[in-house]
Design a protein around this ligand. Sequence first.
Ligand code: B12
Length: 229
Amino acid sequence: MAANDIYEEIMQCIADGDEDWARELAQKGLDEGVSPLDLIENGFTPALRAVGERWDTGSIFLPEMILSADAMKAAVRVLQPALQEAGGGAHDMKTCVVGTVKGDIHDIGKSIVGALVEASGLAVIDLGTNVETELFVNAVRERGSCVIGLSALLTTTMVEMKIVLDELAKAGLRNQVRVAVGGAPVTQAFADEIGADGYAEDGMSAMHLIQELAAGLDPAPGESMSKVA
Ligand code: B12
């Protein structure tokens, strides 16, 4: 099957919110030799965004958007092992803490970024969704030097990213971390405005960005150079 055909089927199956079909298509894509990242970035993600646009214009309702999101999550679970194998694997054991900011329960993009970053050889701590600012600050206190990847999908929750940056500064931890931000409404201009260290618009560029930011970190206390490949 040509990649374009599978992308058309993915578009339909996510629109239908059909989990079984989504799992099947993810597996079929892998069997046909399409990379897991292509399936996510060129298949499932645009399909889910199209669902969001239909919800936005009122042609579908929230339960249908939930079914579509669940179908994508089922597909990502099938793709995750292959996604992790596909990583560059620098294995320098730097840590990246990822989470979706307070007030926001969207987790698909954040989880994809986490999986890719882990695949690239960093240790990933996923704090989940609707994460209180204090938890990000505590994670830095516990881990020391690390990258934080903040995700937000709502224009109303993007502002939480600035609060996390402010609280890190207040706690005297800002110079120990590099903060990357992302999510559909986030832009480079917004990242610059709030003083984040980087922004990326999709999973692959997020992985490269976080790798670069991690490379610029001082080793965490207790991290021996022997861990650095
Ligand atoms: C699926 C979905 C849901 C699902 C979420 C399920 C889940 N488990 O995540 C459900 C149905 C629960 C949901 C709920 C709501 N949603 Co919603 N949702 C979406 C939808 C359709 C897709 C989001 C998604 O998963 N995309 C796929 C992933 C792969 O893409 P992504 O998240 O953008 O991530 C990529 C990049 O952004 C980047 N990235 C992401 N995070 C990070 C982090 C870092 C550090 C970096 C570097 C990069 C990065 O890499 C990722 C991989 O490529 C969007 C539409 C859209 N255009 O985004 C609306 C959307 C985000 N939702 C919206 C709204 C309004 C809501 C609700 C408020 C609806 C309601 N009335 O209840 C609630 C919010 C509840 C809450 N408090 O959070 C609006 C937001 C509008 C706005 N301007 O703020 C959108 C844009 C829909 C729309 N067109 O209006 N939603």
